[in-house]
Design a protein around this ligand. Structure first.
Ligand SMILES: Cc1cc2nc3c(=O)[nH]c(=O)nc-3n(C[C@H](O)[C@H](O)[C@H](O)COP(=O)(O)O)c2cc1C
Length: 196
């Protein structure tokens, strides 16, 4: 199976470093399995509306196509800066638009990028529970990068470089093994639909 792997960057900062870490993980994945396809949905490049619950096709900007790109991918590398001890509001808004079916049963690897180590657990306490709602298969290990482990867009810390390699390889391996399979209880929205 030729996997399509989509990076999702939750930073809006020009010249920011989250995108660079995502690119590095995608490269590691491609090095592991050259026949995968990779792409990045970078929130700096698209204009999204705030989610207000209307049908997707009624948004006048890039919102429907951004969600369509997520729907079309088989697996994800999701990266976010830490803002106020959590993932960014921009990433949350994107995910508010995404229907559960778009990512259900697919595989994702996670990256967080903070100024210090203080909010290291935000990846497991904040981002992971949000994404579990989609019934994604989340790779257990993740990449946490702090400011002084980067020089511009280059990762200079050897341990982070190793974590980047491991995450890229794990997402591809797990993606080829698990994508499309469901584990665990179905999300509440599906229970509701079955009853209806
Ligand atoms: C509004 C805002 C809130 C932030 N809050 C935190 C935080 O709570 N913890 C932390 O470690 N870093 C925090 N940071 C620092 C960013 O996470 C860090 O600079 C990150 O590398 C930015 O990624 P980017 O360059 O891709 O935008 C914050 C930055 C901003 C702009």
């Amino acid at each position: 199976m030729s996997l399509s792997l989509l990076g999702i960057s939750g930073s809006l900062t020009k010249g920011g470093s989250t995108r660079a870490v995502i690119d590095a993980v995608l490269l590691a994945a491609k090095t592991r399995t050259p026949d995968i396809s990779t792409d990045v949905l970078d929130l700096r490049d698209v204009t999204l509306s705030f989610c207000d619950g209307r049908p997707l096709h009624e948004y006048p900007d890039d919102t429907p196509t951004a969600v369509a790109r997520i729907h079309a991918a088989d697996a994800y590398i999701i990266g976010t800066p830490i803002y106020r001890g959590s993932y960014t509001g921009s990433l949350k808004n994107l995910l508010d638009h995404v229907p559960v079916e778009a990512m259900m049963g697919k595989v994702a690897g996670l990256i967080v990028n903070g100024a210090t180590d203080h909010h290291y657990l935000s990846i497991d306490q904040e981002l992971r529970p949000l994404l579990m709602w989609f019934n994604l298969h989340l790779v257990p290990g993740s990449v946490h990068v702090r400011g002084n482990q980067m020089q511009g867009t280059t990762i200079v810390d050897e341990q982070v470089q190793e974590h980047v390699r491991l995450l890229g390889e794990a997402v591809v391996d797990l993606g080829q093994r698990l994508t499309g399979s469901l584990q665990g209880p179905p999300p509440l929205s599906l229970w509701g639909r079955r009853r209806a």
